[in-house]
Ligand binder design. Sequence first.
Ligand code: IMP
Length: 428
Amino acid sequence: MPATCVIGLQWGDEAKGKIVDLLTAQFDVVVRYQGGANAGHTVVVGDQTYKLHHVPSGILNPGVMNVVGPGVVVNPATLLKEIQTLLDRQIPIGSNMLLSDRAHVVFPWHIVEDQALNESTADGENIGTTLRGIGPCYRDKVGRSHAFRLGDLYRADFREKVARVVDAKKTLLSGWKNARVESLDAAAIHAEYHGYAERLRPFVGDSTAYLLDAVEAGKRVLFEGAQGSLLDVDHGTYPFVTGSNSSGVGVSAGSGVPGRWIQKVIGVAKAYTTRVGGGPFPTELHDETGMRIRELGREYGTTTGRPRRCGWFDAVAVRYTARLSGIDVISLMMMDVLSHLPEIKVCVAYDLDGQRIHHFPSHVDDLRRVVPIYETIPGWCQDVTGAKTAADLPAGARAYLARIAELVGRPVAIASVGPGRAQTIMME
Ligand code: IMP
């Protein structure tokens, strides 16, 4: 049975966790394959809200296997806290979770680096990271000499390697402004991480072998993307991106499962757009409407609590990411938020230096200069939170979904009208 992927089509926070949670009952395995504690997946089950960072959203469905693949960067302290919070809420975690021994580990020096870079960068140039050490950990992964994979935490030379890397980091970072290297103590870090490693030991194994066996045995596998395609390190709004391949192209590299097993890709987008942190955002609203969307949509970061920047749906950007991530269908989220607006705009093209363009520019300098060309769509101004089928939606909301599908070039298969599992409309 081939695999399915759920991928964000904007700058993250598209409510992918809700869609994964809804689908998991039909799957045997749910896989996270990139990102780390920077991700914040909110899943609402009944009157309970769960906020997940590393743990795949499948954990809330009994009987589903949850895999954290080699492409994820794991912060063991955060992960253990997450596991404990779930256990405290009677969510069983044990043999239903497997952490790749190839996944890289976030250490305190990564957080020191992330903070130092953040504090030393001028406003317009600041990526505005989540300060979780994500970029520095991926940098060390590529650099190789100072990296630790989960499996390394169990090896005889772990203590000696921590001492060597702390020495090297202190030397390298001593020239950096705002790098608080004095807090790095090799013995203390080794003791702390040795403790984490022991607590995580039951979960750590060869997830690549497990997943290859799973797909070859016909198991149903669901890949859960973190962040969104526009934050992809190669294909997003570089350098204002995250450190991993967060578009559909990252699934195989981050999991070890070849593309030939992937049969369906669901692209998740909000009915408007949000972005956290720095970087260009052509349809951003700096007015009352932007603030209204933020309040109505409770647009504050799950991981950092930062207010999200809000704006209109950008069909140029989403058409690009829909193609890049190879999506089959769109899941359009937060339709209920737009119910409150008398008039809705959708960006259908950009004006770049007087030329109308339909492609998403590859350089941020061009993206900063584009002026969105909007189409105005009348709002439906009617509560949709109780809608169960497409027929329950006001004609205006149906027209909006149809126009988005047309502009993006893919059908809208799912429309979400509220945070609950039941507030989801299957359009087909
Ligand atoms: P980093 O991933 O912490 O390095 O942050 C890089 C950029 O990605 C920043 O603009 C963050 O705000 C953004 N980012 C990272 N993770 C998420 C997420 O889960 N949702 C939305 N934005 C994110």
